[in-house]
Design a protein around this ligand. Structure first.
Ligand code: K2U
Ligand code: ZN
Length: 185
């Protein structure tokens, strides 16, 4: 398994539509395993294929031990009161914003064996499903912000993006970045 480089805002792949997976193969399972390792290395709770530069319609999630690999996921039901909560994105480091989403979703997908699954989720898991499935259609949490908040977030990103030449974020394998605090000066 490998820790892959994460693509950050500005890389066109984050704005492109993914391709439905025709067959769940060993190669796809290897990508899924690499995506889990990359997500953990980045201290994330979700990751979608475009975030590692791939166009397959697949994402992975681990929210408080609820672990899912979702192939060709779609939201088939979204209901409950809308909830607003702060979101971040591994592809837009250090930028956060409040996003309103339906509080409960039902997601239909294939699992890593190609078996159809249907999952009902609310809370952080439901939000994570929606965030990741948005990624598979080129949508980012910034798109839900008001004009002024999006403009402020993008202005902050302008100051930070030079840290990611080629729109690439390299992670240290094995441990999440939070275990590699900035070197003491
Ligand atoms: O897709 C990604 O960029 C990973 C996202 C997933 C996510 C965003 C907002 C709300 C839920 C999930 C995050 O950056 S993972 C980091 C994180 C960790 C704990 C709670 C929220 C976000
Ligand atoms: Zn994201």
């Amino acid at each position: 398994m490998s820790v892959l480089a994460i693509r950050v805002l500005g890389d066109p792949v984050l704005r492109e539509e993914t391709r439905p997976v025709a067959e769940v193969t060993d190669d796809l399972r290897r990508l899924i395993d690499d995506m889990f390792e990359t997500m953990y290395a980045a201290n994330g709770i979700g990751l979608a294929a475009p975030q590692v530069g791939r166009r397959e319609r697949v994402c992975v999630v681990d929210v408080e031990g609820a672990v899912y690999a979702l192939v060709n996921p779609e939201v088939v039901q979204a209901d409950g009161p809308k909830n607003k909560a702060e979101e971040g994105c591994l592809s837009i480091p250090d930028i956060y914003g409040d996003v309103e989403r339906p509080s409960r979703v039902v997601v239909r997908a294939l699992d890593r064996d190609g078996t159809p699954v249907e999952i009902a989720a609310d809370g952080l898991l439901g939000r994570c499903f929606q965030h990741e499935i948005d990624h598979l259609h080129g949508k980012l949490f910034l798109d839900y912000l008001s004009y002024l908040k999006r403009r402020s977030a993008l202005a902050k990103w302008e100051d930070e993006k030079d840290q990611y030449p080629g729109f690439i974020r390299i992670l240290k394998p094995g441990k999440s970045e939070s275990e590699h605090p900035e070197e003491e000066l």
